[in-house]
Design a protein around this ligand. Structure first.
Ligand SMILES: Nc1ncnc2c1ncn2[C@@H]1O[C@H](COP(=O)(O)OP(=O)(O)OP(=O)(O)O)[C@@H](O)[C@H]1O
Ligand SMILES: [Mg+2]
Length: 213
């Protein structure tokens, strides 16, 4: 399955979620290829740390910041893997457009703030274009960095739930230091001690993303 984590808005947690999805599938015994489609190559750097630390399971990682190269390589090599996870940068780029056209599922993280909700509106428009060219693409908006309390989560979720053709997934991820620290070392939060709530959130997201083919 090919899953992309995309949003034209920066800093919403794309790389964090992509690293967690890819490692979760590798932990489940799948042969996973993580593709970093961002010039900044943060996902690749995280996996480089993982490899240096000798952390198992290993996963393949590549960096293609340009859409044509990303598309050609995925078309050429995706068949060698059970799952491909693509992380694109936080802007409308050729890599983001290529990832949209290659994916079975697109995960769109957003944070519970107005600017983020508007950013998801931008993604809904881009998704409409993609859907006009291909059927069967699933587009899931996921709240990331959810607040521990207050009304902002619900308000943002309600606004995003209106944004057809995106589907709002109720598997929100909280703002959790453990998730950020693990991803920064090339680990999923599933691999660190404690962090029960974070683990449950990531596991629920993984189940929702990879079960809906
Ligand atoms: N659920 C979370 N809880 C706590 N911190 C988080 C969470 N998700 C992301 N972060 C932190 O927020 C920052 C941005 O996350 P990340 O780099 O994954 O976003 P991004 O969308 O990939 O950004 P960019 O657009 O720059 O590629 C990072 O410092 C990361 O550690
Ligand atoms: Mg990123």
């Amino acid at each position: 399955m090919i899953v992309s984590v995309l949003n034209t808005k920066g800093g919403v947690g794309k790389t964090t979620i992509a690293v967690n999805l890819a490692i979760a599938q590798a932990l489940a015994g799948r042969n996973v290829w993580l593709i970093d489609g961002d010039r900044q190559a943060t996902a690749q750097q995280a996996i480089a740390q993982r490899i240096e630390a000798g952390q198992q399971p290993a996963l393949a990682v590549s960096h293609y910041a340009e859409g044509p190269m990303l598309r050609a390589q995925v078309q050429q090599q995706a068949g060698h893997f059970d799952d491909v996870v693509i992380d694109a940068g936080g802007r409308d780029s050729t890599a983001l457009r290529a990832a949209l056209m290659l994916s079975d599922v697109v995960v769109i993280p957003f944070q519970p703030r107005s600017f983020d909700v508007w950013g998801v509106g931008d993604m809904a428009e881009i998704a409409k274009e993609a859907l006009s060219m291909r059927d069967g693409l699933k587009l899931f908006a996921v709240l990331n960095g959810a607040d521990a309390s207050g009304k902002d989560n619900t308000e943002a979720a309600e606004a995003v739930a209106e944004l057809s053709p995106l589907v709002y997934l109720p598997t929100a991820i909280g703002r959790r230091k453990g998730i950020a620290e693990a991803a920064g070392s090339g680990l999923s939060v599933l691999e660190v001690l404690g962090q029960a709530k974070a683990k449950a959130e990531i596991a629920a997201l993984v189940a929702a993303v990879f079960s809906k083919q």
